[in-house]
Design a protein around this ligand. Structure first.
Ligand code: UDP
Ligand code: MG
Length: 327
């Protein structure tokens, strides 16, 4: 029998918080009373996370599977590798740092059972630093405008996906992607609910400002061509305006004669447009770079080992233990 619910959790240097996570996650899952599996992906942690995950696997092999990467490929690649291992009809993603309370999982499951195949979530009160909350809101607004992906709170990973969505995501070979957006594209009936959010229980955020910028570029370029089109439109507008200016200067020259004033104004305008042009080239580069990575078609991630032994998680721990005794 297959598990009904799969939970996918990427782990990167989370040794300080994993104990707490297990202590809350397993009881919350057992309480649901449905067959489940937990798929942890170690994204090349350099701390003790692997040992802790392996230990947990030995404790609950019936419901635990651990995918070990040979290096750090990023949160979204880890989640994709997890998706490939899942067997449940409902697949939920969760952060390992307890920012997404495991006790909220049942809400997602209940919503999925109403017939949705994508349940996103909005954090009731976001527990992140002020600048991140603010920047994230701005990026949400921008994304809402330039992609046709409607996610209220893109930064939150506590989400549920239907098997139909996961199967389609598993067929994709995207190198740079943003899992919630990709899955949203494939969903037939998406919805969102409000969930709690907590402060990081231990350790620190794995996202620097730089990696957050990269992630947002993945989202914008991966799901929209609007940034490129804006530059085409800007180019057209600028050529039209320059044509008018040339016409104006020509006429002025015949009426008033040559002029040499306003040189610095001209410089200022020229520098501004040079900035715009450089940004435009950079933006084209972002797309070209991604195309380059995609065409090289290297493996997106390398799975070293998968810790899984027991057949599918057929039931809660108690029942599995009982079966062992019977055998
Ligand atoms: N993570 C990962 N690989 C990475 C970075 C992060 O697997 O390269 C995992 C991390 O262990 C956590 C989740 O992704 O489970 C979210 O990371 P984090 O909490 O640092 O991000 P934030 O909450 O600050 O956005
Ligand atoms: Mg976090």
């Amino acid at each position: 029998m297959k598990p009904e619910l799969s939970v996918v959790i990427p782990v990167y240097n989370e040794e300080a918080g994993l104990g707490n996570l297990f202590a809350r996650l397993y009881p919350a899952m057992d309480k649901l009373g449905i067959p489940y599996e937990l798929v942890f992906i170690n994204d090349g942690s350099r701390d003790n996370s692997v040992a802790i995950l392996a230990e947990q696997y030995r404790k609950r092999p019936d419901v635990t599977r651990v995918v070990l990467f040979n290096g750090n490929y990023g949160q979204h690649m880890a989640i994709l590798a997890g998706f490939e291992q899942t067997r449940g009809e409902i697949v939920i993603t969760l952060d390992a740092d307890l920012q997404n309370p495991p006790e909220e999982i049942h809400k997602l499951v209940a919503k999925m059972r109403e017939g949705y195949d994508y349940v996103g979530s909005i954090r009731r009160k976001r527990q992140d630093s002020a600048w991140r909350t603010y920047a994230s809101k701005a990026m949400n607004r921008l994304r809402e405008r330039i992609t046709n992906i409607h996610i209220t709170d893109q930064g939150n990973m506590l989400r549920a996906y239907g098997r139909n969505v996961i199967d389609l995501v598993n067929q994709c070979a995207e190198v740079n992607t943003f899992v919630p957006a990709l899955a949203y594209k494939f969903s037939r009936k998406p919805t969102e609910i409000v969930v709690e959010h907590e402060e990081r229980a231990a350790g620190e955020s794995k996202y620097s400002l730089y990696s957050l910028i990269r992630l947002n570029f993945d989202l914008m370029t991966g799901f929209s061509l609007v940034p490129l089109q804006i530059f085409s439109l800007l180019g057209i507008t600028m050529s039209l305006l320059s044509a008018l200016l040339v016409l104006f200067l020509l006429v002025r020259r015949f009426i008033l004669g040559a002029e040499a004033e306003g040189v610095f104004t001209l410089f200022a305008i020229a520098f501004f447009f040079m900035g715009v042009i450089l940004f435009g080239i950079g933006l084209v580069g972002e797309y070209v770079g991604r195309i380059y990575q995609q065409v090289r078609a290297r493996p997106r991630y390398v799975v070293q080992t998968v810790l899984q032994g027991m057949p599918a998680a057929e039931a809660g721990a108690d029942e599995v233990e009982k079966r062992h005794v019977v055998r």
